[in-house]
Design a protein around this ligand. Structure first.
Ligand code: MG
Length: 384
């Protein structure tokens, strides 16, 4: 069953502390909200996402989703005073292109999995809603105002609710319109409307970030799941007529130019290919075919920026870049600092994570004979 998701991000999250609402706080390299959106978008049956935000958070939302180039993410709508009323606005925004099913999910649960979503979807039916939950395993005791225990309570049949809560779209929309705007959650609204609601097994990591200490647990989970990738690139351009070369974005006066379809920046090409390689997304030639006249004479920062854009869209940041230029001349050393600076400017990566160095090939081979310049590069990318 295809589904749309409503992500409720309108709260202020006061219990988590801090100057920024918790859904906009960073968890590793991205915000909690971006992580939650990526987790939902990772499900192949997710056809669109409607986020409900606080009226003061438009700029925060734009920043948090800037790297998410996914057409399934719709423009956010502004929430209302209560959670139920905010969800109602999210549902109403989906009505113009109504989905069969809708999952309503907390922005502060970034570790929801495809498996949990599948279990919820499988349990939804006509007149039937579902949500994930965990059985209570601890003993339950009540205590009075002085913390003196007053009695034991059976835990059998008790569940701790998680989200996403799943419904037939038309049914929950109607229930919201008829329901109580102060209802604690959508299960309450569904039951009030006469729907049967089923519990499916949740996931211990699908917890809601509520208190400051929850961020510590979330940071540990992110570290455990860190995805580190490396890629390499290699490129060669021959010398041709001209009075300068462009290497890693820096123009160096020289007795020859470099020939090639673009500006022939052999160093930047090797770096760009290293990033595409780490992403397993082909190479410069596939993204910018030499047969396409629009790239004739193109400045190579366009290629590098594209690779960086793809890395961001896939949830990766560049941890380090290392490039070696191989030639007898021109001398690279005096320009290496300017090259690192220019690469840092284009990529947004700190200069202390970017290396440019040079070697000769001891007058051997084509570089040794002064016929051209070769470059090799490696890139290390880290998820999250
Ligand atoms: Mg090239």
């Amino acid at each position: 069953m295809d589904f749309a998701a409503v992500i409720v991000a309108a709260g202020r999250g006061a219990r988590a502390g801090g100057p920024v609402p918790k859904q906009y706080r960073r968890l590793g390299a991205m915000t909690v909200l971006e992580r939650t959106l990526r987790a939902m978008l990772a499900h192949p049956r997710c056809t669109r996402i409607q986020v409900v935000i606080h009226p003061e958070d438009a700029d925060r939302y734009a920043a948090a989703t800037a790297a998410l180039a996914d057409p399934r993410l719709r423009r956010p709508v502004v929430g209302a005073a209560t959670r139920a009323a905010s969800v109602g606005r999210g549902l109403a925004a989906l009505e113009d292109d109504a989905p069969e099913a809708v999952l309503i999910h907390d922005a502060a649960r970034p570790f929801v999995t495809v498996a949990v979503i599948d279990r919820v979807l499988a349990a939804i039916g006509p007149g039937r809603a579902a949500f994930p939950a965990l059985p209570i395993v601890d003993a339950l005791w009540s205590a009075d105002a002085d913390a003196v225990v007053t009695g034991a309570h059976p835990r059998e049949g008790l569940w701790r609710a998680q989200t996403p809560q799943g419904f037939r779209f038309d049914e929950i929309l109607a229930a919201h319109r008829a329901g109580d705007a102060g209802a604690p959650d959508d299960v309450a609204i569904a039951r009030a409307a006469g729907m049967e609601v089923r519990v499916v097994m949740g996931d211990g990591n699908n917890f809601k970030i509520t208190l400051a200490e929850d961020f510590d647990r979330a940071e540990r989970l992110v570290r455990d799941r860190m995805d580190i990738r490396s890629g390499t690139g290699f490129d060669v351009h021959a010398f041709g007529p001209g009075d300068h070369v462009v290497l890693c974005g820096v123009r160096i006066p020289f007795g020859h130019g470099l020939s090639g379809h673009s500006d022939a920046d052999v160093g930047m090409h090797a770096i760009t290919d290293a990033i595409f390689g780490a992403l397993a997304e082909g190479d410069i030639g596939q993204w910018f075919p030499p047969s396409d006249p629009q790239w004739k004479g193109a400045e190579s920062h366009i290629f590098l920026a594209k690779a960086m854009e793809r890395a961001a869209a896939r949830g990766f940041t560049v941890s380090s870049l290392d490039c070696t230029l191989i030639c007898e001349a021109p001398k690279i050393g005096p320009h290496a600092e300017a090259m690192r600076k220019e690469l840092a400017r284009i990529t947004g990566v700190d200069m202390d994570r970017i290396s440019v160095k040079a070697t000769t090939s001891e007058r051997l081979g084509f570089t040794g004979r002064g016929e051209g310049i070769a470059a090799m590069a490696s890139a290390t990318l880290v998820s999250a």
